[in-house]
Design a protein around this ligand. Structure first.
Ligand code: GDP
Ligand code: ZN
Length: 311
């Protein structure tokens, strides 16, 4: 029977079949899976699996996972347990939304750009959702306009919402219709408040038993999926401090700064890292104002963190 993984605790998985039945499933024996994935978690939220109901246990709704379908895509971060290993956050995504704020607290560009690099590496379109519009003054609204121009120009979708007043939430909800959307953001940006608006009836901060990554109640490192009223699926990820850029060799980093792609063939050296090399078309584009300087600084900063590892 085919099912989709909605939740994982590390050893047990909540799997929902196409007709809506829910099973608590475990992995048994050898699992057929995508060969090139070496992660600390074999199955992630969003995975499509084959399950077999356990003998004599039809009422307890327990099942064995016997097979995992090839993933359309997935998003990773470094394992919470083993830094250099990948942890699959979620699989089979249509899009990701990064909740950001310009105030109380302010999301750094570096944080956004790391997330965008990770998503680009796995071919997942991203919407940057700026929350807390209700408290933005002219300064923050100007900064929003500036950032929106930069990121929209690169090809990202950017929007401005308020979980408090509900402004922009209907549009956000409409953009999630019939899609699987991963929602992420560092803690305090209002992700739970937004999800409460998108999923009326589910109060994240009071649903301790559901295992949502509420503060204090559960400090799960796993994502969870919920069905949205309009046919979409929402994957909430626990508040991440950082999306590490994993498994990206330094010579490839510029491929995931999507606005740099058009210049890469024009660099004098084909292994150009766009830092000090002569004849660098990327640096020329930065100097000409064609590539945003802040994005370039993010690039250089992320590149340094990769250099510390031994690629
Ligand atoms: P999370 O950590 O991202 O899940 O954030 P929460 O939803 O718990 O919100 C963190 C804090 O920000 C809470 O005090 C919320 O009331 C507040 N908050 C969330 N959304 C908004 C918003 O749109 N405007 C304002 N002013 N505060 C908000
Ligand atoms: Zn270059």
């Amino acid at each position: 029977m085919q099912a989709t993984i909605y939740r994982s605790t590390g050893s047990w998985y909540t799997a929902k079949t196409t007709n809506g039945e829910i099973f608590q499933a475990r992995i048994k024996g050898l699992l057929k899976r995508d060969g090139d994935i070496t992660s600390t978690n074999p199955i992630a939220v969003g995975d499509i699996v084959e399950i077999v109901v356990e003998d004599g246990d039809a009422n307890a709704k327990n099942a064995m996972i016997t097979e995992i379908a090839e993933r359309r895509n997935y998003i990773v971060r470094s394992s919470p347990h083993r830094k250099n290993q990948k942890h699959i956050v979620a699989a089979n995504l249509d899009q990701a939304m990064l909740i950001c704020t310009l105030k109380e607290p302010r999301t750094s560009n570096g944080f956004m750009d790391r997330f965008l690099v990770t998503a680009a590496a796995y071919h997942i379109p991203v919407t940057l959702v700026f929350n807390k519009k209700d408290i933005y003054k002219e300064k923050e609204l100007d900064r929003f306009a500036e950032l929106a121009a930069v990121y929209e120009d690169i090809g990202y979708t950017v929007c401005l919402v308020s979980a408090t007043t509900g402004e922009g939430v209907d549009e956000l909800s409409a953009s999630m219709k019939n899609k699987t959307t991963l929602m992420s953001g560092h803690s305090g940006v209002g992700k739970s408040s937004l999800i409460n608006r998108l999923l009326p009836g589910l109060d994240l901060r009071t649903t301790a038993v559901s295992g949502w990554s509420g503060k204090g109640l559960h400090t799960t490192t796993y994502a969870e999926m919920q069905d949205l009223p309009n046919g979409g699926k929402l994957i909430d990820t626990p508040g991440v401090r950082e999306f590490g850029v994993i498994d990206i060799p330094k010579t490839e980093l510029s491929h995931y700064f999507l606005e740099m792609q058009a210049y890469l063939n024009d660099c004098q050296f084909n292994n150009c890292l766009h830092i000090n090399e002569p004849g660098c078309a990327v640096k020329a584009a930065v100097e000409a104002g064609e590539i945003n300087m802040e994005r370039y600084i993010s690039y250089a900063t992320i590149l340094e963190t990769i250099e510390e590892k031994s690629y």
